[in-house]
Design a protein around this ligand. Structure first.
Ligand code: PNS
Length: 163
């Protein structure tokens, strides 16, 4: 049987405990997960794509079936090029839903061979976001519980050097 491949796309600016939880749970359901750093035209970024990829690599180093990549194009095209059967997204509050639903339908139209699957966020990550992490860190707050320990100092150094 062919490999079941899923992509986990996102901005990951930076990756949080919430993202890592979704990636880890997805990795238990598929043969291979490709975490792909992409461009959301509605956002401006703090970390470069390369920095975001490097941080994700540090966080998933012990997960053998998870790879990291970056792509500056359409998610539907990326999924087709990599034979992915699924796009995995995490859903937090209802406020995520309309936007995610729109993206899922658009991606299905562009690439009918790929399904979008939503995993509900774990309760402790319900209100966690990368922008919240950056705001707290930038004001000297403690983000220990919000980001993987292995990249905690990278995030602080980068954000505090910008202030
Ligand atoms: O973490 P984010 O910012 O919510 O991720 C959104 C992202 C990057 C997955 C989305 O903006 C995206 O898929 N960008 C790639 C370009 C694309 O395919 N756009 C059409 C989506 S309907």
């Amino acid at each position: 049987m062919s490999e079941r491949i899923a992509v986990c796309p996102g901005s990951f600016d930076p990756i949080t405990m919430g993202h890592l939880d979704i990636i880890t749970r997805a990795a238990a359901m598929f043969d291979k997960i490709i975490v792909v750093v992409m461009n959301n035209e509605k956002k401006s970024y703090t970390f470069t794509p390369q920095e975001r990829v490097e941080m994700i690599k540090k966080c998933i180093s012990e997960q053998n079936n998870v790879q990291v990549d970056m792509y500056d194009g359409l998610l539907a095209d990326y999924a087709a090029q990599h034979n992915a059967c699924a796009i995995i997204k995490g859903l937090r509050a209802m406020s995520d839903f309309e936007y995610e639903f729109q993206m899922a339908l658009t991606n299905k139209k562009l690439n009918p061979g790929v399904e979008t699957l939503f995993l509900t966020t774990s309760a402790q990550n319900m209100y966690l976001s990368s922008s919240m992490v950056k705001q707290i860190a930038g004001m000297g707050g403690d983000v220990t519980d919000f980001v993987p320990e292995v990249i905690h100092d990278d995030i602080l150094n980068r954000i505090l050097s910008k202030n």
